[in-house]
Design a protein around this ligand. Sequence first.
Ligand code: GDP
Ligand code: IMO
Ligand code: MG
Length: 432
Amino acid sequence: MAGIVLVGAQWGDEGKGKITDLLADDMDLVVRFQGGNNAGHTIIHGGRTLKLHLIPSGILYPHITPVIGNGVVIDPKVLLQEMDELEADGITTRRLLISCNAHLIMPYHRDLDGASERRLGGNEIGTTRRGIGPAYMDKASRLGIRVQDLTDVHILRKKLEAALVEKNDVLEKIYGLPTYTVDEIVDEYMEYAKRLQPHIADTSHLINRALRSDQWVFFEGAQGTLLDLDHGTYPFVTSSSPTAGGACTGAGVGPKAIDRVLGIAKAYITRVGSGPFPTELPSDPGSIGEHLTQKGGEFGTTTGRQRRCGWYDGVIIRYAVQVNGLTDLVITKLDVLSELDTIKVCVAYEYEGKRYNELPCHQTVFHHAKPIYEELPGWKCNIDHCRTFEELPKEARDYIAFLEDLAEVPVSIIAVGPDRDETIMRRWERRA
Ligand code: GDP
Ligand code: IMO
Ligand code: MG
């Protein structure tokens, strides 16, 4: 049995798409377990760039079964668009499976996401406005519409009637927005149903069967630990569980199905949207923050927004090790630091004269935490060509060793460029 989970250890965009695509070669199933098309995962291989939002990043391999688990919220319009784009590019989506229990994003979810953000004004979360939060709200309040409802028009109609009584009221009376009729949504969604029908399955059963027959299953996280609804920087979080436990509930497997938990982090850190960020750097022209933004191409895959950049935060990573039970770290974008004279790493925080080695539980402390840095020498040379740890310059090896000591978890994979091949496999045995 081999169940491997990959989770973002920071605020998302750590390079989950690249690493999933790389490791998927050895897998039988690649499963998305939470989030929706708020995610943007970029894969680059052989001169080809793919930007995926809902489809698992193992899609490039014809031997993989890509699975969208029950914990994902699916906008069927976006999913079908993504499938069409892949097919047009010669990539088959025939094997894609979608959980019958996954929830659907409805048009009113998108409207409500935008409307509530506008209402929050300066206090906005900075969501992707894709309807993610409102869809998970309906799931929790038991007003949600699931993929399996697409297979029975009568049930779909009944559930929509119940939901629209409330949704239309909120849209019209609270936000002054146009309302929906049951018929228009049923017509639209039954068109999607025709195309999605062959992909709908009891995915929990299939994943468990695969694990029992010693197949390898890769659980691909979206977002990151600090965006987790329970463990992240609430309320500046997403509405799902991107941490490792989410793989169990979002795919329908027990915790014993998980053998290895990979936490992925950039060699620095970024965040999109609002919320506290202790190691954030200013991004004025000529600054280090601007250098990281430009060299790292730090613009959102989903919304195109500029990502906020900062120094690597070791306190956050130690926290991610704890709440995910990480067995390994994957460090990406080491190449982005190559031109810097020195590199800072946050090892603890300070607030009102007190030192915090662990992530403070209280939001006020975290919001005002001042990073305590250690400064390490840069390597000042190109490392994109390095394919073994030994080929890296001494300063880069020392940097990785420093991160390893801080996290108390081995750094098993290091990425030195966006392409699938630009990777150092340090502690990763290929499947026999
Ligand atoms: P994800 O959401 O975690 O899948 O990450 P994104 O795809 O949103 O953002 C990561 C970006 O960094 C993508 O544009 C990747 O192509 C790129 N990337 C991944 N690893 C590396 C790396 O080691 N070096 C560089 N320069 N870029 C990388
Ligand atoms: P990947 O999978 C980075 C952020 C949004 C916002 C907050 C809530 O590519 O790493 P939401 O639309 O989810 O309700 O927005 O979460 N966010 C992400 N930031 N990467 C992502 O996904 C994100 N998905 C959501 O910017 O701050
Ligand atoms: Mg992303």
